[in-house]
Ligand binder design. Structure first.
Ligand code: SAH
Length: 365
């Protein structure tokens, strides 16, 4: 008899154990499988496992272990790796492996396209095509890990892929259930066992999702894409600000009792002659001075046809200096992988042919 198979990568350890218990299979098989697929990161089926015959037969009848495929890989001069991942319906997203001080951060996508339509973001130009499932999110992690294992074996041995950022294509809080479950799988101590503080969810400010983050997974770091504290400017950059204004978001964030040493990360995209002035820095510093904040400054990364430009280094440093005067740590995020369009906001699976960046960006209206 043929069954409709569930993806293994969709299952929490508790769900697996309860499926097994119903079949009178020792639920411990769930932790063995988690160890095999998530700790040892094996992609081989479970034939070699210490599992009973009954468990193996049940698994092969009821579960699929299929992964998405890596359709394309681009390696940047700074060793950043951009993967084009293809799912079984042909849709594609990108994931980016970013090396930093002997460790890797993996930037995962959560949607095909994005509904937020931020004016500075390449992904936003695609609109939302569909949500990713948990197994499609986890699949990106397994594929990146295995790529490292094969292509950079020395580095993968020391288990260096420990940081996950949900900063790829899509708005993670707009696909909350799938992202939450993916985090649960990655955090599980029988498997990949990542630390809560090693996962960061970045949001454009989708308030319903933000509330759920606070209630359901507050241990995982939150990054808010701020980009301006001036209402008209934020409205232009992040249209969802008209529906969920920054003040409402901050009123909510201020009610959250943050554990000691837990900070909210604010991402601030610096755009030439738009939000990069000293007045902008002062407004931002004043706005955040009583919040446990870290600011990540990201100079705008251009893409083909983008409306904005990157500020010069002097302006960036002056902005950083002004923020620091408010005792807010302001880190300058160095651009990684921009030669392969893998930097923040440059991900767009439609344009995969690495269109030349030399084409002059359109003027802002
Ligand atoms: N939707 C989420 C996560 C995806 S974007 C969010 O908005 O936070 C991840 C980060 O990249 C965000 O801070 C976003 O503002 C930034 N980003 C988007 N486009 C960019 C660009 N062209 N240059 C630099 N950063 C960009």
């Amino acid at each position: 008899m043929k069954y409709i198979k569930k993806s293994f990568y969709e299952m929490s350890i508790t769900e697996l154990a309860s499926d097994f218990a119903k079949e009178e299979i020792n639920p411990k098989a769930a932790s063995l499988l988690y160890r095999h697929f998530y700790k040892e990161k094996s992609t081989e089926a479970c034939a070699h496992h210490n599992l009973s015959k009954k468990a193996k037969a049940y698994l092969s009848d009821h579960y699929s272990f299929d992964l998405p495929i890596i359709n394309n890989v681009h390696i940047s001069e700074d060793l950043t790796v951009k993967f084009l991942i293809e799912f079984n319906d042909g849709e594609k997203v990108e994931s980016v492996l970013i090396p930093f001080q002997n460790k890797y951060t993996l930037c995962l996508s959560t949607q095909v396209g994005c509904a937020m339509k931020c004016s500075f973001c390449f992904t936003g130009t695609q609109g939302l095509k569909r949500q990713l499932s948990t197994s499609e999110i986890i699949g990106q992690f397994i594929l990146a890990w295995n790529w490292l294992k094969i292509n950079r074996p020395m580095e993968s041995k020391t288990q260096q892929l420990k940081n996950i950022v949900f900063m790829g294509q899509g708005e993670p809080l707009h696909n909350f259930d799938a992202v939450k479950k993916a985090c649960e799988i990655l955090l599980d101590q029988h498997g990949a066992s990542l630390g809560c503080q090693k996962i960061t969810i970045s949001t454009a400010g989708y308030l319903p999702g933000l509330k759920r983050w606070n209630e359901e997974m507050p241990g995982v770091n939150l990054a808010l894409s701020l980009h301006s504290v001036v209402e008209e400017k934020r409205n232009e950059l992040i249209p969802i600000n008209k529906r969920f204004p920054l003040n409402e978001i901050m009123d909510y964030i201020r009610t959250i009792p943050l554990a000691r040493k837990q900070y909210i990360i604010f991402e601030y995209l610096l755009i030439k002659d738009f939000n990069d002035s000293i007045e902008d820095a002062i407004a931002c510093g004043e706005y955040l001075k009583d919040v446990q904040a870290i600011i990540n400054l990201i100079p705008f990364n251009p893409f083909p046809g983008s409306l904005y430009q990157k500020p010069d280094a002097k302006t960036v440093l002056a902005f950083q200096q002004k923020i620091t005067e408010y005792n807010i740590p302001a880190l300058l995020r160095t651009t990684k992988g921009d030669d392969i369009l893998a930097a923040c906001g440059q991900l767009n699976t439609k344009i995969n042919s690495l269109t030349s960046l030399n084409s002059s960006p359109a003027k802002r209206l």
